[in-house]
Design a protein around this ligand. Structure first.
Ligand code: NCN
Ligand code: DMD
Length: 350
């Protein structure tokens, strides 16, 4: 079996007994039943994933996958391709928004070059380069099917190494100029909605650039004819290397029973592919926030995920996921530390 097949076959459903025990514990705590709303859903999900009614979160890691996109030659981004390696160096030197937010949340960062168009070097960079950026999807497939599978497997090995190294909560992050075009194209391949509803301004493209983006995606769909029944067909024809890497990251988290926080629009495109490859993987996903990209809430609905935060964010990098770490940490403390009706001598009903 290949690494991908092996990972897919290792994914099983979460532990429903632990969910029931977590519910009993939540209902014994000194609060009206259900009054902590979505926080209670998160604690039950963590219980089901970890098999512990009182789950503990230890080391937290944001896995950032970086890659470039040949489709940028169609004028689909407000920024040039050189920003991808420049921002990756910024991540490695600790100066980006994700560095600040991860530090604030007590989380590590693992940054991986899975397909940047140039070579960069840094002692902390994980190099799993599959190719120097994708090809232009408006002219043909973004990558070969084998390259997409290799990128997924790269993501599986990066996430597995982090889990072996003690990470008990993962988050997805990415960097790649042009990757909102690939993400919208993936969504378009899986939905019958008009393209206009699935595209957005990404890094802040002009109305003229937005039209170029729509035309490029329409060409990519017409030329490549991605098959929605075959998620890897969609991924290799209109996806991206960092999206594939994050698909592998998410699948590895599910296979190792580790919760994974899904960041913004691009990360959710990867989650969509992971959920199509193995629907049980969705049980391990926690959505951090809803992005300004119009297609993001459509993707989250397709996955049945409920984002915690509405912050009008559109940065990526894993920034929304790092914010969500604080809430996830908080709920584990609630479940572990609140007094019960019995221990506090509080009456349960009239
Ligand atoms: O995560 C999001 O929701 C998000 C929304 C818009 C843009 N981004 C980031 O911006 C870059 C892609 O934007 P663009 O316009 O080049 O396609 C890429 O590096 C993403 O991390 C991220
Ligand atoms: C500056 C900059 C930072 C980013 N971080 C994620 N995507 C980005 C895109 C740009 C342009």
């Amino acid at each position: 079996m290949t690494l991908l097949q092996n990972t897919l076959s290792s994914i099983s459903s979460i532990n429903e007994d632990a969910v029931a025990h977590a519910q009993q514990r939540l209902d014994s705590l000194t609060k009206p039943p259900g009054s902590l709303g979505i926080l209670e859903d998160i604690i039950k999900q963590l219980a089901g994933i970890t098999g512990q009614a009182i789950p503990k979160i230890g080391k937290k890691t944001v896995i950032i996958m970086a890659a470039d996109h040949g489709v940028v030659e169609e004028g689909v981004s407000a920024f040039p391709q050189e920003v991808t390696p420049q921002m990756v160096m910024n991540f490695l030197n600790g100066g980006a928004a994700i560095n600040v937010l991860a530090r604030h949340a007590g989380a590590d960062i693992a940054c991986c070059d899975i397909g940047i168009a140039t070579d960069i070097s840094h002692p902390n960079l994980i190099v799993k380069k599959i190719k120097y950026g994708t090809d232009n999807m408006a002219k043909g497939p973004a990558m070969s099917r084998n390259e997409a599978i290799a990128a997924i497997e790269g993501g599986i090995s990066v996430a597995t190494a982090q889990i072996s190294n003690g990470s008990t909560l993962l988050a997805t992050g990415e960097m790649g100029i042009g990757n909102t075009t690939a993400s919208s194209a993936i969504l378009a391949a899986f939905s019958n909605l008009p393209l206009r509803q699935l595209i957005g301004r990404g890094t802040g493209i002009s109305p003229c650039g937005l039209s170029a983006k729509e035309i490029a995606i329409q060409k990519a769909i017409d030329i490549n004819k991605p098959d929605p029944a075959d998620p890897i067909d969609v991924l290799h024809k209109v996806g991206g290397l960092e999206i594939a890497g994050l698909t592998g990251t998410i699948l590895a988290a599910a296979a190792h029973k580790v919760p994974v926080v899904i960041d913004g629009f691009i990360s959710t495109a990867a989650a969509l592919i992971a959920g199509k490859l193995e629907p049980k993987a969705v049980q391990y996903m926690i959505a951090s926030h809803v992005s300004e990209e119009p297609g993001h809430s459509i993707m989250l609905d397709m996955l049945g995920l409920h984002p915690m935060l509405h912050m009008r964010m559109r940065l990526g990098e894993g920034t929304g996921a790092a914010l969500a770490f604080h809430i996830i940490d908080a709920v584990t403390h609630i479940q572990a530390e609140m007094a019960t009706f019995e221990s506090a001598g509080v009456s349960t009903a009239f």
